[in-house]
Design a binder for this molecule. Sequence first.
Ligand code: ADP
Ligand code: ADP
Length: 226
Amino acid sequence: MIEFDQVSKRYPGGHEALKQLSFQMPAGDMRFLTGHSGAGKSTLLKLIMVMERATSGQVVVNGHNLTRLPARRIPELRRRIGVVFQNHQLLFDRSVFDNVALPLVIAGYGHRDIGRRVRAALDKVGLLDKERQNPISLSGGEQQRVGIARAVVNKPALLLADEPTGNLDPQLSAEIMHLFEQFKQVGVTVLIATHDLSLIARMPYRLLSLRNGQLVTAGGGDDVAQ
Ligand code: ADP
Ligand code: ADP
């Protein structure tokens, strides 16, 4: 599903954010991407979404070699990837329903299909009764669940999250992580960047740990490069 082979990323100005990174993540896996601020977590996620391109090495996602992927094929690839952000980037000028519907509207789905899929996504995150509300009236945890519903409404095979619990207390963070586990259980590949080590310590998933743009082996003999 995701394969990095000797991937380096150097930003204009010379900073090398990722150095000779190699790992494979099979379809259906759930993993945490950890590391200090500036370690390269967001850069790694951006390479998978083709928001940035590798300076050298190969990134293969879903069988597509992103190093060679022409720009015109990027939207099609992105439709198959759900993304959850820390600040969830919801639009406060429209309802919960319309926020979640946005990716489907952009993809050109019909009215009936949109209603069905949006409600299925809201049901999965437990917010079916809030579809008509404005997200500004929801709690932080509920807003993040709307962000997750929007990320999965297209039924992506791959779900990426960048510090999805960054603004939440421990209890709500655990609930959000449990939601991600439920997507893993139905076959979605899940990669979550977080620096909240206490939150993930008790979860039975592999870590991809970055330090200064390089993979370091996680504790407990976990073979991160497999
Ligand atoms: P993390 O998500 O782990 O905090 P990032 O991937 O955001 O790390 O950043 C890795 C390094 O790359 C940092 O030193 C950061 O300052 C640098 N960096 C990130 N984005 C850019 C950019 N657009 N231009 C130049 N340097 C960048
Ligand atoms: P279908 O066409 O599948 O029967 P609709 O799309 O007409 O379903 O919507 C069914 C219900 O959802 C209706 O009660 C409708 O008012 C409501 N609904 C539709 N669009 C929105 C929206 N943007 N925000 C909130 N509720 C909506």
